[in-house]
Design a protein around this ligand. Structure first.
Ligand code: UT7
Length: 314
């Protein structure tokens, strides 16, 4: 049994904020943000938009593109660090919004690596016969947990949601043929929040040692790519599309240069979406045509540290 990709969907908040429209008190500039990150704009959730509303819209979009009735879905995983409530899980609220009353629904907290953690988890459910049709959703409203007085973090993040539908298939040479996830908690302090439910009774704000996170992101995602290629007896030339986590264009450029991959095969959406954490990979997948692709590689790295790599054969 294998998990095949059936469809992809996405949802973005209505409001788009250009670098030049960021609050004046931040003492930043379009030039600095573009040069240091590649980000030109981000979408910011309005009062009527939340992680669950965006996740629901992305899920509906993916289901309608795949022509799948919601009642077929028996597993919903929402990958997020910015869920609507402490509990219940955002996934159960998405389930309710979709009108589904059976199956399994839960959230995964692995920060920016959440989506690959979600794919791996859904794949395990499918391979062991516990699910046949899974919605894996990356959804975030990081605008609600960044410190809007800290220019070194708030300019980097955006809100949005992306969703994929995975189905059980007997076809072993297609689908999620390889997926590995990793963690190293000794690096937790490099990217964290200033609080949390049990520590401060609030969510706290994003706090990051940018340079160290940058260095680790390049090293770990490059290593992930090399391991994936080796394990699947592939070279960079066999990769049709690389969809890396969208945090900083310079991180991606470094990985591409180190690996010798043709830059034209790399999907970049951070210019439009900024860093949407767990939503960045499915949002990026939704932006490209997968029609002529056979081998799609996904790479992520996030707080924890957590990281992961996946090979989707289409
Ligand atoms: O999703 C996974 C987690 N996130 C990441 O992967 C992000 C990883 N890190 C990065 O992308 C980069 O480290 C940043 C974009 C966060 C920072 O870029 P950098 O080239 O490492 O800059 P820096 O932190 O070394 O700061 C350089 C200068 C500093 O000024 P001084 O001390 O040299 O005078 C900062 O205060 O840039 C200043 N600076 C800014 N200036 C204008 C920091 N943020 C800004 C800003 N606008 N928004």
């Amino acid at each position: 049994m294998n998990s095949v990709l059936v469809s992809v969907g996405a949802a973005l908040p209505k409001k788009c904020v250009l670098n030049s429209e960021l609050p004046a008190h931040l003492d930043t500039s379009d030039e600095w943000i573009v040069q240091r990150t590649g980000i030109h704009q981000r979408y910011i959730a309005g009062e009527d938009e939340t992680t669950v509303s965006l996740a629901t819209a992305a899920a509906e979009n993916a289901l309608s593109k795949g022509n799948i009735p919601p009642r077929e879905v028996d597993l919903i995983i929402v990958c997020t660090a910015t869920g609507d409530y402490t509990f219940p899980a955002s996934a159960t609220l998405v389930q309710r919004n979709l009108g589904i009353t059976s199956g399994v629904a839960f959230d995964i907290s692995a920060a920016c690596s959440g989506f690959i953690y979600g794919l791996k988890t859904a794949d395990c459910f499918i391979r062991t016969g516990q699910a046949r049709c899974a919605l894996v959703i990356g959804a975030e409203t990081f605008s609600r947990i960044v410190d809007w007085n800290d220019r070194s973090t708030c300019v980097l993040f955006g809100d949005g949601a992306g969703a994929v539908v995975l189905k059980a298939s007997e076809c072993d040479d297609k689908g999620l043929v390889y997926c590995k996830i990793h963690a190293d908690g000794s690096l937790a302090n490099l990217l964290t929040t200033t609080g949390g439910v049990s520590i401060s009774q609030n969510s706290g704000f994003v706090k990051m040692n940018g340079r160290e996170v940058f260095r680790n992101a390049v090293e770990k995602m490059h290593c992930s790519l090399c391991d994936l290629l080796k394990a699947n007896n592939m070279t960079v030339n066999d990769v049709d599309l690389l969809v890396p986590h969208q945090a900083n264009k310079r991180i991606i450029d470094n990985i591409v240069e180190m690996s010798g991959l043709n830059p034209e095969k790399v999907v970049i959406t951070l210019d439009k979406h900024a860093n949407t954490s767990a939503a960045s990979i499915p949002l990026a997948l939704n932006e490209v045509s997968l029609d002529s692709c056979k081998n799609v590689v996904l790479l992520s790295m996030g707080a924890g540290f957590t990281w992961g790599e996946a090979l989707l054969k289409l």
